[in-house]
Design a protein. Structure first.
Length: 464
């Protein structure tokens, strides 16, 4: 991942201008504009709007969506416990206000463009629990401190020869992965599925993203497509568009593709997040070549110290589902120990690069992560480390799996407890955000606790 050059969002990430959209609607090459927000689970939700109506009305005033979009479970069931949205409050609307910096073509859908929206109440105040607004708040706090965050996410996924419908009808059993052995870095293994991977890469390039590479991974049928880093907001925007688009394209091609953190007993899907702080004009505030050990400035050390200090209480943002915690297995390349190390993949936090390329890799998030929430957490922790001038422990040497280090929470229950009781979380994100995402976790824990699983049936059906 090349961290040597950088462009700010408004300068380079917009793949389509409003004038270009007007011309495309006029000549018929675009007839639909998707207006989408990101929900708590990191999924795109919204509307497909007729192109001319978007230009005439939505461009000026935005559009509306039911506020339950930020108050439902994964299955879109209305659930209790959310202050902002309930039967008692009437499930009213909020406004989806297009961020025109995100306007782009959707090359894998004929005649379609897309724009992401910021979520506001009808009086145009922010819906503070919206993931994009949570990240915007942390970006603003960082900018006030004279810095910006540069970010890159690395998403792994597993591809199956079954369609999504076939996988559902099989109850997700006996699916056939596109590779039936470990194809980590294998050119031959990647070639077996290159037509699909190539189509995804070219489609994302057409949607304004800078594609770097694709490689095989460890799990059977597992691959990763990497994109160039950018500022934190644009990178998270690209992350959710890519994730949605990759699944749409794989479905069109007759495959099922999953970013689920732990789809089977083999290696899980990670979403490592690379992040560094820069000055407002691109100055290298974290790097210091005079430091011959790690190449870090004192500010860089404080940034990492903040990550170490707050990682456990932020775990709910890095691992937002029950399944997320099953990925943390010793020796699996998913971390268990809260330590930092120089290019040490056994640690939760891995420092890589030099000079302009220096950045910290957070290896905790899985493919199911909501990138806005996770990146917001990393920024908040880093800024707290800097503001409090936290001291950084020495880099860990050796196998962190075998160390006596503090551990990543082993369950969503533990992560919820840490999140809910943290005074710092309340201070950094606000009481409303803390309560909102605690309720999300409680809903998932309750749903899981009441389910009768295959494990229980096989273990108990005949024997009891």
């Amino acid at each position: 991942m090349d961290f040597l050059h950088s462009d700010r969002y408004a300068d380079s990430m917009s793949a389509l201008s409003v004038d270009q959209l007007r011309k495309a609607v006029a000549d018929g090459s675009v007839d639909t504009v998707i207006v989408a927000m990101t929900d708590m689970q990191g999924r795109l939700t919204g509307k497909r709007i007729h192109g001319q109506f978007f230009l005439d009305e939505v461009l000026k005033h935005g559009t509306e969506g039911c506020n339950y979009l930020l108050a439902v479970d994964v299955d879109m069931n209305t659930v209790a416990g959310y202050e902002m949205s309930s039967w008692e409050r009437g499930y009213s609307d909020f406004a989806l206000m297009p961020d025109l910096n995100t306007l782009r073509m959707v090359p894998w859908q004929p005649g379609a463009a897309m724009v992401l929206a910021d979520v506001q109440w009808l009086d145009h105040t922010d819906v503070v629990a919206s993931p994009r607004q949570v990240l915007r708040k942390q970006i603003a706090a960082l900018e006030k401190a004279g810095m910006v965050a540069m970010c890159g996410t690395e998403l792994e996924f597993v591809v199956y020869k079954d369609t999504y419908e076939e996988a559902w009808n099989k109850a997700y059993r006996d699916l056939t992965p596109v590779n039936q052995y470990n194809v980590d870095y294998s050119i031959l293994g990647g070639s077996r599925i290159e037509p699909l991977l190539r189509r995804i890469r070219l489609a994302m390039a057409g949607a304004g993203m800078t594609v770097e590479s694709v490689k095989g991974e460890c799990n059977f049928g597992q691959h990763e497509i990497a994109f160039k880093y950018s500022d934190a907001l644009s990178n998270c925007d690209n992350h959710v568009i890519y994730k949605n688009g990759a699944k749409e394209i794989s479905s069109e091609e007759g495959y099922a593709l999953t970013f689920m953190a732990k789809p089977n007993m083999k290696e899980g899907n990670s979403s490592h997040i690379h992040l560094s702080f820069r000055g407002l004009k691109g100055e290298l505030v974290m790097a210091d070549d005079s430091d011959k050990v790690d190449g870090m400035s004192e500010l860089g050390r404080q940034f990492i110290a903040g990550q170490v200090a707050h990682l456990r209480e932020l775990s709910l943002l890095f691992a937002p589902n029950i399944n997320s915690y099953k990925r943390y297995v010793p020796g699996s390349f998913a971390p268990t120990a809260i330590r930092w190390g120089r290019d040490n993949r056994t640690c939760a936090l891995r420092l890589v690069g030099h000079g302009a390329g220096l950045r910290l890799e957070n290896r905790v998030p899985g493919g199911d992560v909501n990138p806005y929430m996770a990146v917001a957490g990393i920024i908040a922790a880093g800024l707290d480390g800097i503001n409090k001038k936290m001291k950084l422990e020495p880099a860990f040497q050796g196998n962190a799996y075998a160390s006596d280090s503090e551990r990543i929470p082993a369950s969503m229950n533990e992560a919820l407890d840490l999140w809910e009781k943290s005074a710092w979380i309340k201070e950094a994100f606000g009481a409303e955000v803390q309560a909102h995402y605690a309720n999300m976790a409680r809903i998932e824990i309750a749903a899981y606790g009441s389910a009768v699983t295959d494990w229980e049936l096989f273990r108990n059906f005949e024997r009891f």
